[in-house]
Design a binder for this molecule. Sequence first.
Ligand code: PGA
Length: 235
Amino acid sequence: MIYYANWKLNKKQKDIEIYFEKFNEFDITKQDEICFFVSSPMLFKAVNSTAYPIGAQNVCYQLSGAFTGETSLEQVLDLGVSTILVGHSERRNIFNETNDDIAKKVMLLNAQEDVNIVLCIGERIEEKTRKFEILQEQIEKALSSTKKLNRVVIAYEPVWSIGTGLIPTTDEIEETIVFIKKCVKECFDYDCKVLYGGSVNESNVKTLKSISNLDGFLVGGASLDAEKFFSLIKG
Ligand code: PGA
C-alpha cells in the first residue's frame, strides 16, 4: 500500500534528524510505498537524512522568473525530489488556490518526465450534499490542461475530516473511491490510484485498509511521530 506523510509546516533540521534516526531502522516491506512531504526549506535536510523518497508540498506553476516567495519545480528536482502534492485543501482554502491555479501546476508537472503528481481533492462540510459534483469538477478542471496523464495519484481528503477525528464511513469512502476512479477513467482514459486522507491514525487504519479499491493513505498528524507512523503502516 501507499503511505504518504504530509508533515505540513512542521519540523526543523534537528527534528528531521531524530525522526529518521528511528524511522530508517524500521523494517518496512518493499510492497509498501512511502514518501514524506516536507516544507520547502527542509527538503535538502530530509533528502540527506533518509533513503525514503521525499516529496514537495507545493511548487510554483512557473519554472523560474519573478515569483518572489515561491519554490520552483526545477529547484526541487535538483534536490532529488520528484513527487509533488498539488491542490491540498489548505492551499485551496487558506491560500485561495483555485482549480485553475491547480490546473496550471498539473500542466507543468505532467509535462516533465519522471515527476509524480499527488492531486488532492475533497468536499468541504457545506458541500457534502453535492460531494460527487464537487469532486468531478475538481478532477476535470485540475486535469483539463493535460492530454495524457502520466504519473498522477489522487488523494481524496474530505476537508471536514482533516485534523478533526471525523471520518466518513468505510462504505462512503469505498463509494467515493469507485466514483473517482470511474471519473478519471471516463474523462482521461487513465487508471488512477486513489488514496484516502483525513484523520487516519494507527487505531483506525486497520478498518480503513479493508476498503476495496483503496490504494493507500495520505497522513498528516499521525505521521509526525516516527513510531506512530510506523505502527500505522504495520497496522
Ligand atoms: P490529518 O491530515 O491526517 O492530520 O487529518 C491529512 C492531510 O491534511 O493530508
